[in-house]
Write a protein that binds this ligand. Sequence first.
Ligand code: TEU
Length: 589
Amino acid sequence: KSDRRWWKESVVYQVYPASFKDTNGDGLGNINGITAKLDYLLELGVDVLWLSPIYKSPQKDMGYDISDYYDIHTPFGTMDDVYHLIAELKRRGMKLVMDLVVNHTSTEHPWFVDSALSKDSARRNWYIWRPPKYDQEGNRQPPNNWACLLDDSESAWNYHPGTDEYYLSLFSPYQADLNWEDPRVRGEVHEIARFWLETGVSGFRMDVINLISKDQRFPDAEIMHPRKKYQPGDKYFANGARLSEYLQELKRDVLSKYDVLTVGEMPFLDDEEQRLEIVKAEEGCLDMIFTFETIGLDIVPEEGRFSFRPWSVDELGKVIDRSQSMITQMGWESLFCENHDQPRSVSRWCDDSDEHRVAGSKLLCLMQITLTGTLYVYQGEELGMRNMPAKWGPEEYKDIESISYWNWVCSKWPEGSPERERAKDLLRLKARDNARTPFQWDATSNGGFCPAGVKPWMRVNDDYPIVNAAAQVAAGKANERTVLVPPYRFWQRALEIRKRYADLFIYGTFELIKDTHPTVLAFMKSCGCGSDVSITVLNFSGKEAEFVVPAGYQVRSWALGSYDSLSTERPKEGLIQLLPWEGLVGCLY
Ligand code: TEU
């Protein structure tokens, strides 16, 4: 458990290449843009860069639809740019982690093109083909009732007239699922992993990797949405019988031969035992996984992704408690509040108004930096970037998932109807686009994302004159005590403290403080090595709240707080009055 490893202590920073930095003036981010900003990341305290896909791709799902694993999407750059990026990272003592998207490929991948050619193609079996079914009226139907994940109004199967069969594509018709049952497919995946490791990358984030083993009977899913034609089939396509076997094989043949970080993205995985089997120290097949329990707290499972339910601090505490006490004991955990599939965290879990944005961003920072696990920061999270402005119209959405959802809504309900208005609200709350607007570097046009006069591929958030990296980097230097330290400077300090007290924050034992004020999440961390104990107190509310320092303890000092010096001067014992969205971290006697 307390086995020290570089990948446990690393701060991983996720870059979404399309939206990070455009240095060649086409309105799209590029690899050289990332290389140009490495010092910014280094100064923040980043150790590892995780790149969302940069491979050759028709970009139907922003690169999660790969047509060549050994080449780069031309607008992003070349292999030479990648070598250069790796060299520049090395020079700074930083590492690169690539996104490995091997549950599916683009339908433009030569393997799929060959597979689709005829039933006798050499690679027919590399994808999942099934004959049609026919209903009582004799109409052709997909092999089962599974819904597509990025558009649940559609089937996960696509009819291919050429060979009169359907292929499975769980995400979109452009992303065909590979058939991992075929050992040749697994061999190719090993080859891809080996190639990138030899190129100098230090690990992989494995996209939806728990979907690679599917129930080979491909049964119909139970009806969850009575009014919908297609149903969620995750029970049959996620966490399948051969998942561990496939990943163990990959570990044995490739990953174990390198010193790497591996993190598997695993939606639909709630079972603790199964999680543990995957991440268990030594025997497990992956170092850690991304699960979605915390992220899912504000979703109504029966209604799908575009839904909202109010969540409580009590629920959040329970989820964190479970993952901290069990997974970290025998395995390892990953910590994140944002990624390219999620809305901005300050908009989602706190309050992104001008009044509260800074305090809320800092509260979320304090929660993450004091938990045990490997920390992942998503680009712009360190600035407290927020969701797309409410006044923007649906035409600003570029994501295949948002567009499909909006088209479906428009096909069902007329303009001005309450259903449409509600759908607009849900998009505003939940669309993946919220995390994908260009990074805001400075107060110049387009937030400095692309050269002046160039139209960025996605509209830059209107708040860039206020919320941008240059302003936040400079603010720390100004040393004005009356102004709150901006999120960037705060993250920088917080990451430094996390590393300085690694025994406590990165490796320590978690204990939830129970029976707090309903809006207050509080926990202690301790380490076996000394008498050190830390305390984290987070007021998830726009109203003031009370917190009582646990009996028998006294705060030695408050090290960090959302309101800077105001926070760190809080009382050391007894009752503490917390301000709206105030987070505090201290060490205890
Ligand atoms: O995401 C998988 C996935 O399940 C999410 O898109 C999901 O819709 C969301 O997390 C629910 O909260 C991965 C990639 O991260 C995503 O960008 C891709 O679209 C998807 O796989 C297909 O490759």
